[in-house]
Write a protein of this length. Structure first.
Length: 305
């Protein structure tokens, strides 16, 4: 299968469809909600819209989000039109991020009623308790992901958590970066999570630190960032050593060539595993793919051209 599109009638390749959840309001981007809403609506109307997932929002900012959408559409914040792209169209798709755990779930779902809840991301220290809360309160058509602190996912802790989630309808969520060096797992730690999920057929999403396609050292901070292409290619591996080797690859050309050789079946397996990741920039990952020849330049944000 070739994932290199032609310019005429360019489409987002299946490997990248819905991969980039819009986390513009989260660190390190920290875009004000009033700016994030029109930017997200522009992404959803752009030629690359198929690559963009929901707008992620913390539970405590849903009122602010409704007001911002109302300001963009010229409708009252509490009305149905306040959450549509143009005042008449489909309601805004929002991913609820709940760092406060299960106690936030019920109130957040109530506050999010004006929106289409496209997913819930629940942080917890107890996977069983989180699953029980989701079973009780989450509508059956809303997907969810459960995130535990990385310190609880070391050794036998990882196996125990993944075994709890594989018996549930929910995904795992893994933090791949942050604003301090310690927030970035090394290749072995991330490979352990990826292969543990692959061995169980457990889907997952990632968050933070994956703005760029290829593993690199950030020149400003010195932090080691994983590349989202590395993670995609490692997603189908069940051997931790093989996955770690892919995660360590720093050549964009090597990774791009590996992507080009993927079969349709391999793409399906990969995306059934690695479903999405949150990125505070939609432009950066698209630009990286275009630079590697994996995405038509027509499918990058206009302001970057």
């Amino acid at each position: 299968m070739s994932t290199t599109p032609t310019t005429a009638g360019a489409v987002v390749p299946p490997l990248f469809q819905g991969l980039f959840d819009d986390a513009a309001v989260f660190p390190p981007g920290n875009l004000p909600v009033a700016e994030a809403v029109p930017a997200h609506l522009a992404h959803r109307a752009a030629p690359y819209a198929d690559a963009v997932g929901p707008l992620l929002c913390g539970a405590g900012r849903l009122g602010e989000l409704a007001a911002a959408v109302g300001a963009v559409t010229g409708t009252a914040a509490g009305g149905t039109g306040a959450v549509s792209a143009d005042g008449t169209g489909p309601r805004l798709r929002v991913g609820l991020v709940l760092p406060g755990g299960s106690s936030e779930l019920g109130p957040a779902l109530t506050s999010a009623a004006p929106f289409v809840v496209a997913g819930v991301e629940l942080a917890t220290r107890d996977a069983r308790e989180a699953v029980a809360a989701l079973d009780l309160l989450l509508p059956p058509d809303v997907p969810a992901a459960v995130e535990l602190p990385r310190e609880l996912l070391r050794g036998d802790g990882l196996e125990e958590v993944l075994d709890v989630l594989v018996d549930s309808p929910y995904r795992a969520k893994f933090r791949t970066g942050g604003v301090v060096a310690g927030a970035f797992p090394d290749e072995a730690e991330l490979a352990g999570f990826l292969t543990g999920c692959a061995q169980r057929g457990l889907p997952y999403k990632c968050t933070a630190g994956l703005h760029h396609a290829v593993r690199h050292t950030d020149p400003a901070t010195g932090f080691e960032h994983h590349g989202f292409l590395n993670v995609l290619l490692a997603a189908a591996e069940t051997d931790p050593k093989a996955a770690a080797e892919i995660l360590a690859e720093r050549s964009g050309e090597v990774l791009a060539e590996a992507v080009r050789t993927l079969t349709d079946r391999q793409v399906t397996v990969i995306r059934n595993s690695f479903t999405a990741f949150g990125t505070c920039s939609i432009a950066e990952p698209l630009d990286d793919l275009a630079a590697l020849g994996l995405l038509s330049p027509d499918l990058t944000p206009q302001e970057d051209r």
